[in-house]
Write a protein that binds this ligand. Structure first.
Ligand code: AMP
Length: 211
């Protein structure tokens, strides 16, 4: 099964991806994570991506599409299927993806806009296992409750960049609902006040139907 996870920054795509990975075994591919890994190891790709990420803009499509096409061609993905987190982010990327892979469903994690800024600016991520937490859950603890790794705040999780990331999402990415809706592939998950476990139960029900 191949799925796209759609949702604004802060909607909880990464958190849901780790639940899905544990239970369905799909390979989690986050373009943002790939760019951040490249930034950490100082590659040419990382240096190039950084200037776009710092401004909350999209990295050029040609670069991002090539990267995803290469990753999807690998054996683990072919064998186990994938969930894409953060890709596609505009119509061009969605159309390119359809040229090199078959998407079975788009899970759209729908969270009220006014929650997003607080969620993102309060997010802390584990350097070791990649799990994210909100500071309100941490009670001043600075290490990952799961693995003890060091927690950090992403450079682009600051109010100015977040504003621009949200603009980019609502001007370019949100339209993909329509794209996948027209193909009969959209599964919208209305999150309301639900916590991560309850949201996952809804997603799980969708995925079991698709299997
Ligand atoms: P994310 O971790 O998904 O929030 O992505 C962080 C940043 O990485 C975004 O704000 C973009 O600058 C860049 N990025 C991630 N995925 C893409 C994509 N599919 N296309 C272009 N830029 C991307």
């Amino acid at each position: 099964m191949n799925i796209v996870l759609l949702g604004a920054p802060g909607a909880g795509k990464g958190t849901q991806a780790s639940f899905i990975k544990k239970n369905f075994g799909l390979i989690h591919i986050s373009t943002g994570d790939i760019f951040r890994e490249n930034m950490r190891s100082g590659t040419e790709l990382g240096l190039m991506a950084k200037k776009y990420m710092d401004e909350g803009r999209l990295v050029p499509d040609s670069v991002t599409c090539d990267l995803v096409r290469d990753r999807l061609a690998q054996d683990d993905v072919k064998k186990r299927g994938y969930m894409l987190d953060g890709f596609p982010r505009n119509m061009f990327q969605a159309q390119e993806l359809d040229k090199f892979s078959k998407v079975d469903a788009c899970i759209d994690i729908d969270v009220a806009v006014d929650c997003l800024m607080d969620r993102i600016c309060g997010r802390r991520v584990c350097k070791n296992c990649g799990e994210s937490y909100h500071i309100s859950m941490l009670d001043g603890v600075t290490v990952c409750p799961g693995c003890g790794g060091e927690l950090y705040q992403r450079d682009d999780d600051n109010p100015k960049t977040v504003e621009s990331r949200l603009d980019t999402y609502f001007s370019q990415t949100a339209y993909l609902e329509r794209y996948y809706g027209d193909q009969g592939k959209l599964r919208k998950i209305a999150c309301g006040d639900l916590g991560p476990d309850e949201v996952y139960q809804k997603i799980k029900a969708c995925l079991l139907e698709l299997e």
